[in-house]
Design a protein around this ligand. Sequence first.
Ligand SMILES: *Cc1c(COP(=O)(O)O)cnc(C)c1O
Length: 364
Amino acid sequence: MNKIIQVTRSSMPDFEEYIEEIKDLWDSHWLTNMGVKHKQLEVGLAQYLVTPNITLFTNGHLALECSIAAFNLSGEVITTPFTFASTTHAIVRNGLKPVFCDVNPEDYTIDTDKLESMITDKTSAIIPVHVYGNICNVQEIEQISKKYNLKVIYDAAHAFGVTVDGIGVANFGDASMFSFHATKVFHTIEGGAVTYKDASLSKKLDDLKNFGITGSESVEYVGGNAKMNEFQAAMGICNLRHVEGEIAKRKIVVESYIERLNGVSGIRLCKPQTGVKSNYAYFPVVFDGYKMNRDEVFEKLKAENIFARKYFYPLTNSFECYKGRFDVEKTPVAKYVADRVLTLPLYADLAIDDVNKICDIILS
Ligand SMILES: *Cc1c(COP(=O)(O)O)cnc(C)c1O
């Protein structure tokens, strides 16, 4: 049987490097609650992402939930259904109503031509997603949000280290959530962060991730437990040393895919965005009028022990848990793409021979 190729494979530092990083935890016995590693990683990430304000979390999802809570939003939040379950759930779990805007057919981010018409007097925020590391139309979103006085929180889970005309993505909107899950370009095993404009949010975010405890005898918020522990932070410190190299290796993999698949009739790839320095997080392919449909390609690869992913399928507005609440037909572009997209295996150490094998199967 062929060896198994998964859609992704977590980057890891050398075993010795990680052991060296966690050694002093046996001296301090300080394992969580904003320890030394946590502080060191926070500083390192603020530098890497070029952001003045960052707060770490135990995962990206809770980072998003807490950042929504920190802004005291109410009523409706405009977002897209072409995303991971987390984005929509974070809105609903905060007691807010997601209003789904369609995506544009070029980069699958929120369609800013349709955005303004979805705003009502109940709208309090926009939560757009930098899907696959493709950056939303941040200028247009900024203009609309200013005009209607709306908060903007980006789901930047896919966009770690991406820059637009030299500006880090962490600098757009009021806040951005990053995921450091094991499958992401940069990871802390599980982990996440929020970056934000208003420095005064820092204390509130720190309190929200620690049960809403605001002082030794006061609890001002209905918070949760979303703290990053020292072993996670240590993994992040190690991985941050190597992330540039990892992205460079991903770039070579992506270029090899493009060389084989670009221009093939019925196969659509994302065009590089002008001014955007990519992190090569994902390689989505849309099968539209190709001799095989998406599901057939998926099965054909699977038969060879290659596991691509239908990412994002199904749309979040068609999940069982939201049955009867939303109308998928109102986001036809998102539906069209979700029915045809496949993300191909992509990680730093994916061999070019394997890329060629995957492309041979798709093109055969
Ligand atoms: C991974 C991801 C999240 C959630 O992050 P976790 O760290 O896994 O909780 C949210 N949104 C998107 C788009 C993601 O890909």
